[in-house]
Write a protein that binds this ligand. Structure first.
Ligand code: PEP
Ligand code: MG
Length: 970
């Protein structure tokens, strides 16, 4: 028994889009609902797969090459190769017979006959994959016409113009799509005829043209728009004559480029089916699938729908249109769409004439309008989707040709999901699942105005979303100075250091030519919600000249550029942007998400501004406060440097006391903003030398000071009058030499694995003591003022439990005890650790007994697990790793489930087993990534912590995970 490849619309299971394709399924659904659909049947996607099967491997290999985005010439050759292979294929066994059988049924249903001039059945042959790929594949209309049938059609419709217009359209489409003849040949001929027709009509039938103008002011004379016969019969006749000539010319073109036009409708049908199968491998379709990551498990090959033709071009009571059940731009619950009278489907797409709005359709064809709207609402309820419906009206009778889920803007997606849940069409859970977490992110940042026609000059990584224009500056200090003058600046750097952060705050955006998604610039920009594009390598920066070059373009300090942190694009000049739409429906949706999610959501926030934004977006506390940013003020940095450079413990303690008093107010402010909510403050983490000047800088100053000193000393007057100045120079030289010595001692080959994190706390327990003291004092003072701070102190970079024991006993617990004693209040403090080394994960059971909480630092943990430097990989080998599919995705963005994820799972499970009260969170960048959040939900974390703008993403993603788990889909 040959396989069954065909289903009539009455019999196909419309839930099975994979088999019938989206269009086929929708036609089956509407037919079975009793809506007026022209009769027809669907050839399944399985038939298409079987069609490709004999040469699939070869084709797949070529598609793989296309995925690498080769240069246009190579790309075109590869596509040609694919098509040459496809053109050797034949329809799968048994399909032709089944097509014949089902065409018979179609003839019975329609009461017409395929190929019969008396009562001809014409069909459309339409593509349609499991998911909609609008306009990417091909469709042939009016199939079944030939030299005889066209005469019959003319008689039947009592309209030669209509019949020959349909024929010339068919020849053109068939020639182009099925026979691969370039469209331009047809276009040239048609344009010639169109021009000649208009010229002749104007010359010969001026009076008629005038009459048309009077009666149909909207009509323009052209060969593809039927002249109103009752007003202008001679012009009409003339158009028919020209159309007949065009038909002959088109057949000649076909003969010249392919061979005699196949008059046999069955031959036409066979060729058209093959062509629609082939259109799955259209360059458009291939690249659409690559761009949208449509893999075979989502959609594999196209179905072919064979549908009886209905005609929208049969007169002014006919037409074709598109109807959205709600406004796809705003989400408003109002029918939205267009109707083009007296036209066939492709005229709407081609934009030949301006269509009418649906309101106008309501006036001209009220019954059709009512029927349309009623059916739309019915389909919306049934499919639980905003619908996009294609329809045709033939002599006042409505036909549905397709329905599909409407594509909408992010704002409309959120609004319609919430509205539909409120209307009871879908549940709250379904509404949440309809909005992908990344969609909401797009609602929170300014975007490049979609109407702006700007070409990017470079592309980097979209490190922090938002689009913004500003004047270029190259130094953080300049950023501050310019911003003070009220200028909007974009800070352009090769890469950034913690020292640059004041420039970040002053700038409206950050652009770097080096660095990856977790580079300093990227992390900080995301944390403070500044748009950033990093690693735009095409940009060559010259700090001395204060300019950058990109290709031939030179951009100087003060010139305007626009960066788009949503796409990574960089533009020259000001490109208009549109403001974020903070719609109330998003608030509603997020509040529903909160009802379902199990994971808590906290924020990575270091300064009050971040904390305020985070709270506004719904953060339930702070999961990571990196104190390093508190040392960036000059007097604090100075104090910290003195701590680092101190030679004795006493000296160090003296500076530490001062430093801790300086940062205490900041801790207090953060705890106050988050009153009643947990705030995790991390003890100092980065390598100490990062807070000191670079050796080259010291050497430069030393050299300059020495030159000045010796020059002055060698002069006569110096000895007499400048001894004081000379003494100052000598002091400075000594200071600089000491500093250089100390900096060189602190210098490490591998600072990321060096003297940082808890190791600093072990070597200088007083360091951790005073930092902890500042935190506890801040909390104690707040308690006295009537607040409820929930302080959680976190120890970074731990690899052995003994490190924790040591700093707890030597620094943190004494700090708590001392403050409690001195201030006379009990301060509830949790002590926890970051888990960011492999050893910490593997010994989690032991560590868990010593702490109240874990927080996975998956930035460092990923670095440690892969042995990939997080600051370097993304501009070195990561792009190639991704392109070659050595890695499926960037593990610094989405958690590597099998490796790093496994460590997280082990750490969580063992930790919780050893200490059931242990609270487990994550504060690496993955805490704001939807796919990672799903995984973290599964392995049993208690909360995620994400940068402020990602809080909404995390809330929604956490709800998605919980709901999917409930549905057994996780
Ligand atoms: C981490 O390593 O994941 C982390 C949050 O710490 P940082 O990025 O500050 O090293
Ligand atoms: Mg870390």
């Amino acid at each position: 028994m040959p396989k069954r490849y065909i289903y009539q619309f009455e019999e196909g299971d419309w839930r099975n889009k994979k088999l019938l394709g989206g269009k086929g399924a929708s036609l089956a659904q509407m037919t079975q609902l009793g809506l007026p659909v022209p009769p027809g049947f669907t050839i399944t996607t399985e038939a298409c797969r079987d069609f490709y099967a004999p040469r699939k491997e070869e084709i797949d290999k070529i598609v793989k090459e296309l995925e690498r985005n080769p240069p246009p010439k190579v790309r075109d050759e590869l596509i040609r190769k694919i098509w040459d292979i496809i053109n050797t294929l034949s329809l799968p066994e048994g399909l032709s017979e089944q097509v014949k059988e089902h065409m018979k049924k179609l003839e019975e249903k329609s009461g017409k006959k395929f190929g019969s001039p008396e009562n001809p059945l014409l069909v459309s042959v339409r593509s349609g994959a499991a998911i909609s790929m609008p306009g990417m594949m091909d469709t042939v209309l009016n199939l079944g016409l030939n030299d005889e049938v066209v005469k019959g059609l003319a008689k039947l419709a009592n309209n030669e113009w209509f019949a020959y217009d349909a024929y010339r359209r068919f020849l053109n489409m068939f020639g182009k799509i099925v026979l691969e003849i370039p469209d331009k040949y047809f276009e040239e001929e048609f344009n010639k005829a169109d021009e000649a027709f208009r010229k002749e009509a104007m010359e010969k039938y001026k009076d008629e043209i005038e009459a048309i103008k009077e009666k149909y002011p909207k009509y323009t004379l052209r060969l593809d728009a039927q002249p109103p016969r009752e007003v202008a019969p001679k012009t009409w006749e003339l158009a028919v004559k020209y159309l007949k000539e065009v038909v002959e010319k088109f057949k000649e073109i076909i003969k010249k480029h392919w061979g005699e036009f196949p008059q046999d409708p069955w031959k036409q049908l066979e060729l058209a089916i093959k062509a629609v199968f082939r259109s799955w491998m259209n360059p458009r379709a291939i690249f659409y699938r690559i761009a949208n990551n449509i893999t075979p498990d989502v959609a594999d090959c196209t179905a072919v729908n064979i549908v009886m033709m209905v005609f929208g071009n049969m007169g002014w009571d006919s037409g074709t249109g598109v109807y959205f059940t709600r406004d796809p731009a705003t989400g408003e619950d109002k029918p939205y769409g267009e109707f083009l009278p007296n036209a066939q489907g492709e005229d709407v797409v081609a934009g030949i004439r301006t269509p009418l709005s649906l309101d106008e359709l309501k006036k001209t064809l009220p019954k059709v309008y009512d029927q349309l709207i009623e059916a739309g609402k019915k389909l919306e309820r049934l499919n639980k989707e905003v619908m996009d419906i294609e329809f045709t009206v033939e002599r006042g009778k409505l036909y549905f040709l397709q329905n599909r889920a409407a594509k909408m803007t992010p704002a409309a997606r959120v609004k319609t999901a919430v509205d539909m849940a409120k209307e009871g069409i879908i549940s709250k859970e379904e509404a949440i699942l309809k909005v992908s977490p990344d969609t909401v992110l797009k609602l929170l940042y300014p975007r490049i105005d979609p109407k702006a026609k700007a070409e990017p000059v470079a592309k980097g990584l979209p490190a922090s979303p938002g689009a913004v224009s500003g004047q270029v500056v190259f130094h953080p200090d300049d950023a501050v100075a310019w911003a003070r003058k009220g200028k909007k600046v974009i800070l352009v750097r090769v890469e950034t250091k913690p020292d640059d952060v004041h420039g970040f705050y002053a700038a409206v955006g950050i652009l770097t030519s080096r660095g990856g998604m977790t580079s300093h610039a990227a992390v900080v920009a995301r944390a403070i919600g500044k748009p950033a594009v990093v690693g735009a390598e095409a940009i060559k920066i010259d700090y001395d000249k204060k300019e950058f070059r990109v290709g031939d373009i030179v951009v100087k300090e003060g010139d305007w550029v626009t960066i788009d942190g949503n796409t990574g694009n960089v533009y020259i000049g000001k490109v208009p942007t549109v403001e974020p739409e903070l719609i109330p429906e998003l608030q509603t949706l997020l509040s529903w998400a909160d009802e379902f999610r199990r994971l808590g959501v906290r924020a990575n926030a270091d300064v009050p501004d971040d904390a305020i934004i985070a709270k506004k977006f719904g953060a339930e506390g702070i999961g990571l406060l990196r104190i390093e940013r508190m040392f960036r003020k000059p007097e604090r940095l100075e104090a910290l440097r003195k701590v680092i450079l101190a030679e004795t413990k006493e000296e160090r303690e003296e500076h530490l006391k001062r430093l801790s008093q300086m940062i205490k107010p900041d801790f207090k402010e953060m705890l106050r903003i988050m009153d009643g909510l947990p705030v995790v403050i991390r003890l100092i983490d980065p390598p100490l030398h990062e807070f000191l000047p670079a050796p080259e800088e010291i050497l430069k100053e030393l050299y300059e000071t020495k030159v000045a000193y010796y020059t002055l000393k060698s002069t006569e007057i110096a000895r007499e009058v400048a001894s004081e100045v000379l003494r100052k120079y000598e002091e400075r030289i000594k200071e600089l030499e000491d500093l250089l010595k100390r900096v060189l001692v602190l210098k490490e080959h591998n600072p990321m694995m060096g003297h940082r994190g808890v190791r600093v706390g072990v070597t200088y327990p007083e360091f951790y003591y005073y930092l902890a003291r500042a935190m506890v004092e801040a909390a104690a003072e707040l308690i006295k003022e009537g607040y409820h701070p929930k302080l959680e102190i976190m120890i970074p970079q731990v690899s052995h439990v003994n490190e924790i024991r040591y700093v707890k006993n030597k620094a943190i617990i004494p700090a708590i005890n001392d403050v409690e004693k001195e201030l006379g209040v009990k301060v509830p403090v949790k002590i926890g650790t970051m888990i960011e080394t492999v050893r910490a994960c593997l010994t989690a059971a032991e560590i868990a007994k010593e702490v109240d909480f874990f927080s996975f630092g998956t930035n460092d943990l990923t670095q440690a697990t892969f042995s990939f430097s997080r600051d370097d990989v993304e501009n070195k080998f990561m792009p190639q790793y991704l392109e070659l599919e050595i890695l499926p995705y960037n593990p610094f963005q989405t958690l590597d489930f099998e490796g790093v994820g496994k460590l997280v799972e082990i750490g969580t499970k063992e930790g919780k087993k050893a200490n059931p009260k242990l609270e487990v969170g994550i504060c690496g960048e993955h805490g704001g990534d939807p796919r990672s959040i799903e995984f973290l939900h599964k392995v049993g974390l208690d909360y995620v912590s994400a940068s402020p703008f990602r809080i909404v993403v995390a809330r929604l993603a956490a709800a998605h995970a919980a709901i999917k788990e409930k549905l057994g889909k996780l």
